[in-house]
Design a binder for this molecule. Structure first.
Ligand SMILES: Cc1ncc(COP(=O)(O)O)c(C=O)c1O
Length: 497
């Protein structure tokens, strides 16, 4: 099958795109899922691979019974899929799985890297980072310097390469590593990674790249860019329930001590001492791994390799341009970040509608239009505050005021529409129409809501029936009933014999 054909087959192979919910007008319809930057939907073929593996399920690290052998081989295959996907050669790089997402990977690397090269006690972190690629470095390094972004206010874009260069010249061999995102989770702005790595290596520092928002949207080649460490979450690339992933140069992993210890990563243990294995990735994967999740993720990556990330990027650029061009035309709508024709972006577009707090936009799009997106500061508070500065100053609120009052919370945030492979132009047409509708009927819609909690909103007259939302107990009861039926049939057949 050709790339484009495989892509269109794949686009209709996701679980949950047809899930129906009711709306305020009493109708029911399929949800439009535009919350992929938080977590993507499950790719069905990949899910099937993970599900099928359960027929053979056993833990890894043994070759002596068939199932354990199969599990070990499949787990190793998942590592290989990761390396191939990020263009990392097996000679130079090692991939390992860690925790539930990228957060685990950053904490692991920050802890380990802070213990080597004590003469280099400084870390540079861009100002546009998600907290998980900022706070672990603040916690474990002696000093973190933040690199500011270019532009100002709404069009505040990627971090400034000039500022990075200045800091690199200023701090030189005091820098242990530089942590940057591959793409922003607020504006989708893409970082020129090759350029960054060259600058960083000029003083012997390492580069840590947060690929969480880039991994499903743009091609990456660690070999070409000579990146030292890349971290991402499997659940952001169509394998919910899969682990976090770290890919790092073997030379670097050999220089650090693993920050997690336990079974599976030692050669020998006596009461007096223990000997860590030199085998990678075992040394970095203490404990029983999330084998099903890793295999599901491997399958998703394998399929995406077959389609080609260039093909996927090409398709997404059209969707980004369409959304940007049309959202920016709506009266009273502010779209944040640089114009995608000037600075490349992924399909993550944050905006606000005049007269709507970000929470109200998200609630009304859900309740009236069945459109699901996220709101708030997206765990990137410093970046979002900068983007919102002008607006907050205009209403006399200081965005840097950490003594947050309820009003600030309600104003300080955005609504974010983020795409996945399953996002269609029709979905985005509906988004544009829905945002226009909200902007046009502002007074009427705002009047239907009351505030709840710190920044939530509730429709005064409409509350969906609990039955319409997933209830694990209901599903469990149905499942038990089904198992009971099957059991009864088996018993009847057995007594007939
Ligand atoms: C850019 C970025 N980095 C890191 C993370 C953290 O990922 P996780 O919550 O899967 O650990 C996120 C999650 O939204 C993100 O968007």
């Amino acid at each position: 099958m050709k790339n484009h054909e495989l892509l269109s087959t794949l686009q209709s192979s996701f679980i949950g795109t047809d899930t129906q919910y009711p709306t305020v007008d009493g109708k029911r319809g399929s949800r439009i899922y535009l919350d992929s930057a938080a977590s993507t939907l499950m790719m069905e073929p990949a899910f099937k691979v993970g599900h099928e593996f359960l027929m053979h399920y056993a833990s890894t690290h043994s070759d002596l019974h068939y199932s354990a052998k199969g599990a070990s081989q499949a787990f190793e295959w998942a590592h290989k899929c990761v390396l191939e996907f990020v263009g990392a050669s097996e000679e130079k790089y090692c991939a390992f799985f860690a925790g539930n997402g990228a957060t685990a990977g950053f904490n692991r690397m920050a802890t380990s890297l802070s213990k080597i090269r004590p003469e280099r006690d400084l870390v540079l972190v861009s100002e546009m980072e998600h907290h998980s690629n900022d706070l672990p470095h603040r916690e474990h390094s002696s000093q973190v310097i933040h690199i500011p972004c270019m532009g100002e206010f709404e069009s505040y874009g990627g971090f400034s390469m000039e500022c990075l260069q200045e800091s690199i010249q200023k701090y030189g061999k005091k820098i242990n590593y530089v942590a940057v995102t591959g793409a922003s989770n607020v504006t989708g702005t893409i970082t020129p990674l090759e350029e960054v790595a060259k600058l960083v290596h000029s003083v012997g520092a390492y580069t840590i790249v947060d690929a969480s928002q880039m991994i499903a949207h743009a091609p990456v080649c660690m070999d070409d860019a000579d990146l030292d460490v890349l971290v991402f979450s499997g659940h952001k690339i169509y394998a919910p329930g899969s682990p976090g992933v770290v890919i790092a140069k073997k030379t670097l992993l050999n220089a650090i001590s693993p920050s997690e210890l336990g079974g599976g990563m030692v050669d020998d243990v006596s009461l007096a001492e223990y000997v860590l294995t030199n085998n990678l990735p075992d040394r970095e994967e203490a404990g029983t791994p999330n084998i099903v999740g890793a295999i599901t993720l491997g399958a998703s990556l394998d399929l995406l390799i077959r389609v080609g990330m260039d093909t996927i990027r090409e398709k997404e650029i059209n969707l980004i341009d369409y959304t940007w061009n049309n959202l920016t035309l709506i009266d009273g709508v502010t779209v944040y970040g640089p114009n995608p024709s000037e600075i490349p972006r992924t399909g993550t577009i944050s905006f606000n509608i005049k007269g709507f707090d970000h929470g109200l936009t998200a609630a009304a799009l859900n309740d009236y239009h069945n459109i699901q997106l996220r709101n708030g500061c997206f765990c990137a508070h410093p970046y979002v505050r900068e983007l919102l500065k002008r607006e907050l100053w205009e209403v006399d609120l200081d965005p840097d005021d950490t003594n947050v009052e309820a009003l600030v919370e309600r104003k300080r945030g955005m609504a974010r529409a983020s795409f996945g492979l399953y996002t269609t132009i029709e979905d985005l047409k509906k988004l544009i129409a829905a945002v226009s509708d909200l902007a046009f009927r502002r007074e009427e819609i705002v009047g239907q809501y009351e505030p709840v909690g710190a920044n939530g909103y509730r429709h005064k007259y409409y509350a969906p029936d609990a039955e319409d939302i997933f209830n694990p107990e209901t599903v469990l009861a149905q499942s038990i009933e089904w198992s009971q039926l099957q059991h009864d049939v088996k018993m009847k057949r057995a007594t007939k014999k």
